[in-house]
Design a protein around this ligand. Structure first.
Ligand SMILES: CC(C)(COP(=O)(O)OP(=O)(O)OC[C@H]1O[C@@H](n2cnc3c(N)ncnc32)[C@H](O)[C@@H]1OP(=O)(O)O)[C@@H](O)C(=O)NCCC(=O)NCCS
Length: 173
């Protein structure tokens, strides 16, 4: 059986402690990208790793917009590839921040693929990405609190909090 782990934390940087609260809509990001043959296997199915790269990138834009600092990925979870993506599809990745703690932020990403001939758009993937804001010395630093404006913001915040508590419980160091 695993032994209980004890974590010791250095005092967190307060470099960003004066940043005012921000709503999720202030950091929302959307990226549009076309899929090419080099992104896919010989049958034309786009690699999951190619989509993950774009998920990480759009989530990173949200994290850096919210924290106004450098931010790095510490966890990707609940990644679901729901439907295939093919060469030629146009992907729209939209990302929003759901939850913040001290330096950590949960970003939710939705991936939609469009066949631009038929104009049919399908949700092909979803994921949660956790980022940590870093100060100029690479130490975790406080991020702005979330100003929850809508019922959806409040629901997503509470759900994000539960998921973050599970991540921390399962965390390997
Ligand atoms: C980010 C990093 C500096 C944090 O260092 P650390 O020693 O883990 O710092 P702490 O234990 O103080 O944790 C800092 C925050 O990260 C959160 N965190 C760290 N790992 C996490 C994980 N796997 N899942 C969720 N949260 C995590 C902690 O809960 C804490 O959040 P809080 O400040 O909101 O309470 C370090 O983990 C790191 O450099 N990781 C590599 C990041 C990277 O390079 N990513 C790109 C892909 S390789």
């Amino acid at each position: 059986m695993d032994e209980p782990r004890t974590y010791y934390r250095l005092k967190m940087s307060s470099e960003n402690s004066n940043i005012p609260e921000k709503s999720p809509s202030e950091s929302h990001a959307e990226v549009i990208v076309r899929m090419f043959p080099t992104d896919a296997n010989p049958a034309g199915n786009v690699f999951g790793g190619e989509i993950l790269k774009h998920i990480d990138m759009v989530a990173g834009i949200v994290a850096q917009r919210h924290s106004q600092s450098n931010a790095v990925t510490v966890c990707m979870d609940s990644v679901n590839f729901l439907k295939p993506v093919f060469v030629g599809n146009v992907l729209t990745l939209s990302a929003r921040i759901n939850y913040v703690h001290n330096s950590s932020m949960e970003i939710e990403v939705k991936v939609e693929a469009e066949d631009i001939i038929t104009r049919i758009r399908t949700v092909t993937g979803t994921a949660f990405v956790t980022f940590v804001a870093l100060d100029k010395n690479g130490k975790p630093t406080h991020v702005a609190k979330l100003s929850l404006k809508t019922d959806d913001d409040r629901i997503k915040f509470e759900e994000g909090k539960i998921r973050m508590e599970k991540r921390i419980k399962n965390r390997q160091k």
